[in-house]
Design a protein around this ligand. Structure first.
Ligand SMILES: NC(=O)C1=CN([C@@H]2O[C@H](COP(=O)(O)OP(=O)(O)OC[C@H]3O[C@@H](n4cnc5c(N)ncnc54)[C@H](OP(=O)(O)O)[C@@H]3O)[C@@H](O)[C@H]2O)C=CC1
Ligand SMILES: O=C(CO)COP(=O)(O)O
Length: 317
């Protein structure tokens, strides 16, 4: 694989930004890792950047994107977003925010089963780069692809982004499931029905259903729901052990985006009348309205129904 050296700016020196900076540097790219706490100004690092990748947590995305907007960037710059969240005020995904602020630049979503602690240990992993602009997605693919990180392109940025974002809510439920010792059958049922909720929401928001069965959907759901390295899973696990949300957040290493995402997700589901029973129980649990055991009972005692929403269609999705 050959390519010209690119100037890559990574915004956010948290766990994921640091891991991605390492991956881009492996291929000989010129990488600048920017943090608001560092000494370099944003203006100085953005000069001549081919690729600007944001690994900022959701709450900071619009602020940082607005500051980038007021800095000189090349008209050729590709923006990449690796954030997994939803904006409370607008319900926008991060890529929708970047595209709104930079309407004339290509925006690429990078998302997949990518627990950063495994990636910094140089364990093998795969991810997806998705964009309406296939050339931009391929440029980003070349920057990050290596013998330890396999990068696929995909033409459905919203689907890729929603898979990575919505699975965080199900990962909280999966942590609760394991924390309550409910067993492998329960966990399989939870994750599978969780995927159904993700597909329902995603389809309604214009994503392609098949995207959710790929790496950025099912792949990331499996990784996050089965690993204690996931902050969202950990949060659910500790809730099941009786800790309060406040206590857990105070000791969690980094952000658990599922908490904010769950609130925004509930709003979207209510506005569009979409059934998301598992996510709704996660919401009530986070709000302190139910205990983990009560959430489980509510799910098990729901009205019985067919497995699929519409069995008359030939394709199940
Ligand atoms: N860790 C992982 O395994 C993965 C994480 N992600 C996603 O990547 C995103 C970041 O996650 P992660 O790196 O783990 O989180 P961290 O909590 O480790 O880091 C968050 C980063 O965002 C920065 N930030 C937050 N708000 C602002 C702001 N207003 N202005 C400037 N910088 C800001 C923080 O800066 P500061 O340090 O100065 O506070 C920090 O660099 C999340 O959306 C997460 O879901 C995606 C895939 C894998
Ligand atoms: O998104 C992730 C893995 O793909 C990271 O999950 P957490 O944010 O739950 O740690």
């Amino acid at each position: 694989m050959s390519q010209s050296v690119k100037s890559v700016v990574i915004l956010g020196a948290g766990a994921w930004g640091t891991a991605l900076a390492k991956l881009a540097a492996i291929n000989g790219n010129q990488v600048h890792l920017w943090s608001r706490q560092g000494s370099q100004s944003l203006v100085s690092v953005l000069e001549n950047a081919h690729i600007v990748l944001s690994a900022i947590s959701m709450q900071g995305v619009r602020d940082v994107a607005s500051v980038v907007k007021s800095s000189p960037v090349s008209p050729e710059t590709i923006f990449v977003t690796a954030t997994k969240g939803l904006e409370p005020k607008t319900t926008y995904t991060p890529s929708q925010i970047w595209q709104e602020i930079f309407p004339n630049h290509p925006v690429v979503v990078l998302s997949g089963p990518n627990l950063s602690q495994e990636i910094v240990r140089e364990l093998p992993a795969a991810t997806v780069v998705a964009s309406k602009n296939i050339n931009a997605a391929q440029s980003v693919q070349l920057v990050f692809s290596s013998s330890r990180f396999r990068v696929y392109t995909n033409p459905d940025p919203v689907g890729v982004e929603l898979g990575g974002t919505l699975k965080n809510v199900i990962a909280i439920a999966a942590g609760v499931c394991d924390g309550l010792n409910l067993g492998t059958n329960a966990k399989a049922a939870l994750v599978t029905r969780g995927l159904t909720e993700i597909v329902r929401i995603g389809k309604n928001l214009g994503a392609k259903t098949e995207t959710f069965y790929g790496l950025s959907g099912l792949g990331d759901l499996l990784a996050t729901c089965n690993s204690p390295l996931s902050r969202n899973y950990q949060l659910g696990y500790q809730l099941a052990h009786g800790k309060t949300l406040k206590e857990i957040l105070a000791s969690l290493p980094g952000i658990a985006e599922g908490v904010n995402t769950c609130r925004v997700l509930m709003e979207i589901a209510q506005q569009r009348s979409i059934a998301i029973p598992i996510s709704e129980q996660v919401y009530q649990l986070l709000e302190g309205e139910v205990t983990p055991q009560q959430a489980l009972d509510q799910l098990m005692l729901r009205d019985i129904k067919p497995e699929f929403d519409d069995f008359s269609t030939e394709q199940m999705w």
